[in-house]
Design a protein around this ligand. Structure first.
Ligand code: HEC
Length: 201
């Protein structure tokens, strides 16, 4: 092995160690997860290759990320890169820890940490859902136009709807596989309340 090759291997191992530390220690910030799943996942969630296949490094992708999010600190770039790595390797959502409000009724205060910037997008873990029909109700501060999606752990959508300009949304969906589910909402209006309950209640 030439010394040149040795050098690049050492660099690759080092950068993997640095990048995988935040990814696998379970401490990627909630802010990065919210950004990734509202802004980046729409294009990148289908990249489940089952193995690592990056063409670029985090530094090279910074400009690309900033196109969607504006100027980013290096720690944010690393965390976003690690989230894409997680997506490519595991093909599921990063396990974001979240405390569910009583009766799965999220009010403005519960939603505060789960949006990218006012009116751009929300990412909300809905918790573990048993199979069956559900109703999801959303109330916006003003008429919202945008998109709503509920997905299972491996990104399979169980609800995928456009929001016409509307202040309330009432969505019915069916869960077939028990497990963690996630809501993403993109649009221009602030969410003031989200409730989720089994249909018929
Ligand atoms: C409109 C679609 C779109 C959005 C939104 C988007 N990307 Fe990308 N991204 C691409 C495409 C296309 C490529 C090049 C092909 C590929 O590697 O998937 C790419 C490449 C990348 C790469 C390099 C991948 C590699 O294999 O080297 C990274 C890292 C990345 N994106 C991260 C992000 C992050 C983080 C966000 C959110 C801030 C984001 N992207 C938002 C479409 C998008």
């Amino acid at each position: 092995m030439s010394s040149r090759l040795h050098e690049s291997c050492a660099v690759a191992v080092l950068s993997c160690a640095l990048l995988s530390a935040p990814a696998w220690a379970g401490d990627i910030s909630r802010a990065s997860a919210v950004r990734f799943y509202t802004v980046c996942a729409s294009c990148h969630e289908a990249e489940c290759s089952g193995r690592l296949s990056f063409r670029t490094e985090a530094a090279a992708a910074q400009g690309h990320m900033e196109r969607y999010l504006g100027p980013l600190a290096w720690i944010d770039v690393e965390e976003l890169f690690a989230l894409l790595r997680h997506t490519k390797e595991r093909c599921d959502y990063y396990p974001v820890s979240a405390t569910l409000p009583p009766d799965r009724r999220w009010q403005a205060g519960d939603l505060a940490g789960w949006h990218v910037a006012r009116g751009i997008g929300y990412f909300l873990p809905l918790g573990d859902l048993a199979p069956g029909p559900y109703r999801l109700q959303l109330a916006f501060a003003s008429k919202a136009q945008g998109h709503l999606k509920v997905s299972g752990k491996r990104f399979e959508p169980v609800a995928d709807e456009a929001l016409c300009p509307q202040q309330q949304a009432d969505i019915a969906f069916v869960v077939t596989d028990r497990g963690a589910h996630y809501l993403t909402v993109t649009g221009q209006s602030q969410l003031v309340e989200v409730t989720l309950h089994p249909a018929g209640r």
